[in-house]
Ligand binder design. Sequence first.
Ligand code: NA7
Length: 547
Amino acid sequence: MIETQTTTIKQQQSSAPIEYDAIIIGAGAGGISALLHLRDLGLRCRLFESGGGPGGAWYWNRYPGARFDSESYSYGFFFSKELFQEWKWSEHFAGQPETERYFNYVIDRFDLRRDMQFKSRVDKAHFNDEKNAWDVTLADGTRYRGRWLVAAVGPLTKPQLPKIDGIESFAGEAYHTARWPKHPVSFEGKRVGVIGTGASGVQTIQEVAKSAAHLTVFQRTANYMAPLGNGPVTDEEQEQIQASFEELKRKVNSSYAWFLHTPDQRSIFDVSDEERERFFEEKYNARGMGIWQGNFRDILTDRRANDLISDFIRRKIRERVKDPETAEKLIPKDHGFGTRRVPHETNYYEVYNQPNVTLVDLKATPITRIVPQGVQTSESFHELDMLIYATGFDAITGAFEAIDIRGLGGQKLDDKWIDGPSTYLGVMTAGFPNFYMPAGPLSAQGNIPRTCEYNAWWLAELIRYMQAEGLTYVEPKPEAEEEWTEHARQVQSTLLTSEVDSWFTGVNRNREGRTSRRVVQYRGGAFIYREKCEAAVRNGFPEFIKK
Ligand code: NA7
């Protein structure tokens, strides 16, 4: 068996590349959506995925407690009513194992597996000017060619380790949340350290605190968190969800960021103090992201409005954390609520009332070194058996940089984007013909699978148009790309988010040259985004160079 495989690989390395109409990279929501649509158009497709199964982020992020914080039934696919009604999510915010099962179910249900190749990492993708096609090489040297290259590589894919001296010397167990092993990991009786308090860190901390002998949380920037409100989906709710397919679809497709929640159109100053407080309480105690995504329309643009909601959350933290000193450490001082990703929690703040949990404020006492036995800060030494890095991703552009992508005349994508990504509608970039990025840089941010599904639909419309017109080449006009990129920049400058460091603004303090803010997402609202995309379809894609 092994010999046969080796022979096949050798043949593929030395002979002409295997040809397809479209090569897709990634088996997350973007890759699956693209495969479905392109196959429907009759294209011969091959999908390569470095993981051992489908799911993308939901294949890799198998850390304890990993779960959605957008409602399960708003996260799953909407392309098939039958699928929507067949799959019954057990919880309002499903955990990773269930989500991984869902992705497997989808690819089998629609017979996609036969066009997918797992454990296959794409190393290089070069546009071949002569052949008007993409030459793709996998890590094992096998070669493929496709008229289209769909890089569904995901915005949160490449794990980022912290830049800390001595990190490689740690002698205990060490894990990154986004590369969690498949084997069970026990915290029982262990001294565990978690570095990072973003969405992944918060979910991990809640779980580890249940059984670790001691948990030390290393927090650099405090984030505002709000309750998730998870719970099982009851039979009655299940029936209601199944019956509401059209309504839920309409809701996510007409909201600001593809969620079930969308901003209240009132200004925070339109209501009395009592009404505002009641509104905040309601949102805080309701399921999901309403307090963030469904709040008054000006909380993310007007500093005075933002101060009011930030103050509300600060009061909640003080109420929930018993030790006032710890509470103060957990309260963000350098940014307002919602200007960074709001992690949604289940008893997160109460974890700090447990005797087995310590919070270390790295702003006051930074880590100076990791040593074999633990973590040294400027003030104290923390002896550890296990260290968990919940330090996030080299977000948005990291997964593109991991592949050697070259367009017309051999131009490297990394070079083109050295000062930040520039794209047309977040899905294509000038100089890279027939190269498509579902949920790519500067696409409409929010509920990522919704962007993916929408972008895959739009790609199908574009290819359908090309087929009808007898075209084999499209590339956005540089001026169309400039206009979109400038629009994204202009929108971002009106938001309080633009004044804050996080992956939303392209900051990765663990990477040289990535410490200043950039524009990496489109924040003008999914409805404006959809209008622009649909206008392009109606008008025959005027923003493209076509051949
Ligand atoms: P995030 O949100 O990027 O969080 C990473 C966390 O790790 C954050 O608290 C960082 O602090 C911390 N971090 C990173 N580097 C260091 C170093 N060197 N020292 C100390 N602390 C560090 O990643 P997540 O995985 O939690 O979530 C990413 C997205 O995935 C999330 O928004 C969801 O949409 C799904 P910092 O804030 O940089 O000071």
